[in-house]
Design a protein around this ligand. Structure first.
Ligand code: ADP
Ligand code: MG
Length: 148
């Protein structure tokens, strides 16, 4: 596994980081996003979608768990599992079809469904540091072996 650390000082920088990962995303990859409410997971996702050439507006699918965007370079399956009560709800959605399919999955609050995440996933943690200012974010991106 290789870990890269990025620091951003403006939402646009987080968006741009998401976009550069979206541009390089490969079919079948699962991106797991974690960080508190307001950390910037959705901002990152919006950039990621732009990197896949998705022009539709992307928001947190809080009440639906899954939002599908089909118009880009690859299908994007955007999950937000914040309100999930039980991992079984993922079975009801038929998550395996998405996790192990030919699109790209991006999961906000992924650690809430840790037991079903693929071992090969990319993990992105977004953290604040009050000492570094209100708009500061630290993003740790962990790629499995052989990916970048
Ligand atoms: P989450 O999806 O993690 O709950 P959002 O992406 O919806 O969070 O919201 C992040 C909020 O933080 C936005 O209002 C955004 O403008 C703000 N923000 C301030 N600085 C940054 C930064 N460096 N990166 C990302 N978002 C930032
Ligand atoms: Mg969000």
């Amino acid at each position: 596994m290789s870990v890269r650390i990025y620091e951003t000082f403006h939402p646009e920088e987080t968006f741009n980081l998401g976009r550069s990962l979206g541009e390089r995303a490969q079919a079948g990859t699962v991106y797991c996003l974690d960080g508190d409410l307001g950390a910037g997971k959705t901002v990152f996702t919006q950039g990621f979608a732009a990197g896949l050439d998705i022009e539709e507006p992307v928001n947190s699918p809080t009440f639906t768990i899954l939002q599908v965007y089909d118009e880009g370079r690859l299908p994007l399956y955007h999950f937000d599992v914040y309100r999930i009560g039980d991992v079984e709800e993922m079975d009801e959605i038929g998550y395996e079809e998405y996790f192990y399919g030919s699109g790209v999955c991006l999961i906000e609050w992924a650690s809430l469904i840790a037991e079903i995440l693929p071992t090969e996933a990319v993990h992105i943690r977004i953290e604040r540091d009050p000492e570094k200012g209100y708009d500061y974010r630290r993003l740790s991106v962990s790629f499995p072996e052989g990916r970048r």
